[in-house]
Ligand binder design. Structure first.
Ligand SMILES: Nc1ncnc2c1ncn2[C@@H]1O[C@H](COP(=O)(O)OP(=O)(O)OP(=O)(O)O)[C@@H](O)[C@H]1O
Ligand SMILES: [Mg+2]
Length: 229
């Protein structure tokens, strides 16, 4: 089941993501956060899934303009959550292979646009660590209420670190029972070192970590939203 179908249904993931989006949306309005990146310490912790569900759930609210961008040029997967995503992506634009508008894909959910990663043989770290990336994001900002970035993990590669400064906030995704604590601490350090504003932790698969508390497979917890009302 693709994400645009899934978010309309009442099931545990949808419910948890609705709560998360609600807090994140309020926080983004209050603190004027427009670009929020999702990252993690290591790979396979649920970043892409979180971005897909968060973006779609946010865009369910009429009048909102949400953009999801796949900036994981090494393991691009955001498109797999959507249908009919052929077309140029972010890497193609950076390489001058298409125009800005050509890489923006309109999804079946009004209010949600998508930019896929696109193909490149170039070194993703070098491609992402260029002033052009900030310029593109700045060009996109006025068109949207919120831009969610799916990025690689922080510890193994440099790509995500260079995206921290252009993000207004960082969501750290953690897979309960999987992420080694020292690596999470290292990721936090790297993020803060780049001036990152860590908004909170999104904890996935909490059933494993807290089987008595949660009776379903997915659980998103959102911690650290300072001063939230
Ligand atoms: N909250 C969750 N609870 C349990 N499993 C999850 C959760 N979120 C994602 N998964 C599963 O974990 C796997 C990795 O998810 P996903 O691709 O979103 O992670 P990722 O952090 O983007 O990985 P990568 O580092 O490779 O980009 C997938 O099989 C996905 O279905
Ligand atoms: Mg991913």
């Amino acid at each position: 089941m693709k994400v645009l179908e899934a978010v309309h249904k009442d099931w545990p993931v949808a419910t948890e993501v609705r709560k998360l989006q609600s807090r994140l949306w309020r926080m983004s309005r209050r603190d004027d956060l427009k670009v929020i990146m999702t990252t993690s310490a290591v790979g396979g912790e649920g970043k892409t899934t979180t971005v897909a569900y968060l973006a779609a759930t946010m865009a369910l609210h009429p009048g909102r303009r949400i953009l999801a961008i796949d900036l994981d040029l090494r393991r691009p997967n955001l498109h797999t959550h959507f249908e009919d995503t052929d077309g140029p992506g972010f890497a193609n634009y950076l390489r001058g292979e298409c125009m800005l508008g050509d890489m923006i894909q309109v999804t079946k959910l009004e209010g949600l646009d998508l930019i896929v990663a696109g193909r490149t043989e170039d070194n993703p770290s070098l491609l992402l660590d260029s002033p052009q990336v900030t310029q593109v994001i700045n060009q996109l900002k006025p068109r949207y209420d919120l831009i969610l970035l799916d990025t690689p993990p922080l510890v193994p590669v440099a790509d995500a670190s260079s995206l921290v400064p252009l993000s207004d906030g960082v969501l750290m995704v953690v897979m309960a029972g999987k992420t080694p604590r020292p690596l999470l601490a290292r990721a936090r350090e790297l993020c803060i070192g780049m001036g990152g504003n860590i908004l909170g932790l999104v904890v996935g698969n909490a059933e494993e970590a807290a089987p008595d508390s949660y009776n379903y497979n997915y659980y998103y917890s959102y911690a650290g939203d300072r001063n939230s009302g």
